[in-house]
Design a protein around this ligand. Sequence first.
Ligand code: DAT
Ligand code: MG
Length: 149
Amino acid sequence: MERTFVLVKPDGVQRGLIGEVIARLEKRGLKLTAAKFLAVSNDLAEKHYAVHKGKDFYPGLIRYITSAPVMAMVWEGTNAVAVVRQTMGATRPWEAAPGSIRHDFALEVGRNLTHASDSVENAQAEIALWFSPTELVEWQRCSDDWIFG
Ligand code: DAT
Ligand code: MG
């Protein structure tokens, strides 16, 4: 089953939207595999956003993600990477589809509430960066057979 990495970023935590994000992913049918609430170190932030190093928004991005706690999660399901990106909406909230989290709750690209992996390969790398293998929980959900055909 495909897995993806999700963050409720500091603005989402501060605005009380952890539950909203989790509820939307749960209701969509995705299955929670791991979760933890943590303050992000500079080192972790720089590793997570290494691909953006050198861009003009990079220093602000590192400040933002380390400014307050985040909720880090792993979710799994059919096409989890694409499905979760769609539930989050486009990076720029003004381009996000109506009904997506970034459309419904955000205005600015620098305060867009959530992170979700953009490919299966990056999902695997991000899950390995944020979680140890023992933190990933394999479990049977009673609704699995009614969501995964
Ligand atoms: P996403 O978070 O949708 O994967 P991304 O990987 O392109 O988007 O960028 C990572 C984050 O960096 C994004 O969520 C918000 C911030 N960011 C991207 N482009 C930006 C810009 N032009 N100005 C300010 N912040 C930006
Ligand atoms: Mg990205």
